[in-house]
Design a protein around this ligand. Structure first.
Ligand code: ADP
Ligand code: MG
Length: 212
């Protein structure tokens, strides 16, 4: 099983029409500061590399960053104290808050690749509110997946919030399905967690791809 770095997984899924934040990578804090030049704040800085699977748990994600170089330098120190040496840093634009979803796929040993959509982003494991479908899925299947979520009212706009862009979310589900199928036997695991869903679009701010 071979894990692909986050920015490469994002570039790959971006090629299937999934929106991802604009970003850049660098090996050192100073290079990161320079690489962030064309990006619009607020920014997010993340460290990546082997040993950084759940980045927030290790303190490897910083939101609302003004100076990416300074944030990366601080992160380097905090990671070194845990014995982690990152392979590099990712700086990217920070998406507006919205409803956080998980969209992914796993390989069932008998049936093959299964598409997953769930509510909750980082809280997915506590909420147990997910829908599953064998691939390939049609547009009707993707819509039905969203309809069977217990918390689907969150997508329709609760307490005066605008409804999320469901058409964009359905398109994203179909894109993830096609992307996973394109990997064939090479597919191991794929996860976008979270996809941040707003009234005019959805954006995948984390991507994890592990090839078989
Ligand atoms: P991990 O899941 O490895 O801990 P993430 O990349 O998912 O790390 O980042 C942790 C959290 O930070 C996300 O769940 C999301 O809420 C927030 N986040 C990460 N990147 C962005 C971004 N570009 N824009 C807005 N929020 C982000
Ligand atoms: Mg994540």
């Amino acid at each position: 099983m071979n894990a692909i770095p986050e920015h490469e997984a994002k570039a790959w899924i971006g090629g299937f029409g999934v929106a991802v934040p604009r970003g850049a990578t660098a090996r050192t804090p100073a290079e990161l500061e320079a690489a962030a030049g064309g990006l619009t704040p607020p920014l997010v800085v993340k460290a990546y590399g082997p040993g950084l699977v759940h980045k927030s748990d290790a303190g490897a994600v910083r939101l609302n960053v003004g100076s990416p170089g300074a944030a990366a330098a601080e992160m380097l120190g905090a990671l070194a104290a845990q014995g982690i040496e990152p392979a590099g840093f990712l700086v990217e634009e920070q998406a507006e808050p919205g409803v956080e979803m998980i969209v992914g796929a796993v390989r069932d040993p008998v049936f093959g690749p299964v598409l997953l959509a769930g509510l909750g982003g980082v809280w997915t494991e506590a909420l147990h509110d997910t829908a599953l479908r064998l691939l390939p899925v049609t547009e009707a299947d993707a819509r039905a997946m969203l309809d069977e979520l217990r918390g689907k009212a969150l997508l329709d706009g609760l307490r005066g919030r605008p409804p999320v862009d469901k058409d964009a979310l359905v398109k994203l589900l179909l894109a993830v399905g096609s992307a996973v199928e394109s990997l064939g036997e090479g597919f191991g695991e794929f996860e976008l967690n979270p996809v941040i869903c707003g009234p005019s679009g959805v954006i995948a701010v984390d991507a994890r791809r592990i090839d078989a």
